[in-house]
Design a protein around this ligand. Structure first.
Ligand code: PEP
Ligand code: MN
Length: 264
């Protein structure tokens, strides 16, 4: 079902009124790694909206490596995202970690994110296949492209065709970057599949200074959009501060993207 052989035309996934995969203009999703407070998410939502973002991201349920770190505000985080959407009009993207919270997250989210760690949580994928909300499926950190597409197939097979694929870097021998951005999968996915593809240069690099060049490279490679972490005070972020852009950094990148768009 995910194959281009089966479906030659590009799929366009509509998230509220934002089309992803149309290929006219890349979609920019921006916001903090985690929703931390009302002030933090509202400030960020206003700033990214003003700079031209199409959607707001923010984790309420966080898949943290260890159990003693901030795990997210959970339902309260979802409520704060809805508040930010109400004020800015930006659709919201947030992660769902388990099949039993799909219903709850779907009450608030416009785009349901499956994180890298859950790419092969098959019960979660099947549950997301049974709802009609769009899904942002991130590539597992050691998943082959074939496994990535097979994971998407689970969602489509249950009846939900609204899937966006997201490359977020994979584990290699290299330790200088948090992950290794596998940029070649962008044109390869576009050859093999009709589904839209996005890049997350924040998790792919782990380093703020590398985010703008990799974001631009993603768009040149043909990505339909990018997912970026932005925080009002990255040094004080409860997760992923080192890879989060400041408001100023995000505005500069958006200016560069607008200039780049005239060539795409
Ligand atoms: C995230 O988007 O904050 C996240 C946890 O991403 P990933 O699942 O790609 O690590
Ligand atoms: Mn993060």
């Amino acid at each position: 079902l995910v194959s281009r052989d089966f479906h030659p035309r590009n799929t366009i996934v509509k998230v509220c009124d934002v089309p992803v995969g149309e290929g006219k203009r890349p979609v920019v999703v921006a916001g903090p790694c985690a929703v931390e407070s009302e002030e933090q998410i509202l400030k960020t939502a206003r700033a990214v909206k003003k700079a031209g973002a199409d959607m707001l991201r923010g984790g309420a349920f966080k898949p943290r490596t260890g159990p003693h770190t901030f795990q997210g505000l959970r339902e309260e985080g979802l409520r704060l995202l809805a508040l930010a959407r109400e004020e800015t009009g930006l659709p919201v993207v947030t992660e769902v970690m388990s099949p039993d919270t799909v219903g709850l997250v779907a009450e608030y989210a416009d785009l349901m994110q499956v994180g890298a760690r859950n790419m092969q949580n098959f019960e979660l994928l099947k549950e997301l296949g049974r709802i009609r909300k769009p899904v942002l499926l991130k590539r597992g950190m050691s998943a082959t492209l074939e496994e990535f597409l097979a994971a998407a197939e689970y969602i489509l097979a249950e009846g939900n065709p609204h899937v966006i694929l997201c490359e977020r870097g994979i584990r290699t021998f290299e330790t200088a970057t948090r992950n290794t951005l596998d940029l070649a999968v962008v044109p390869l996915i576009r050859e093999l599949s009709h589904l839209p593809v996005m890049i997350d240069p924040s998790h792919a690099t782990g380093k703020r200074s590398l985010v703008p060049p990799m974001a631009k490279a993603a768009l040149i490679a043909g990505a339909h959009g990018i997912l970026l972490e932005v925080h009002p005070e990255p040094d004080k972020a409860m997760s992923d501060g080192p890879q989060s852009l400041t408001f100023h950094g995000f505005e500069s990148l958006m200016d560069e993207i607008r200039r780049l768009n005239t060539f795409l």
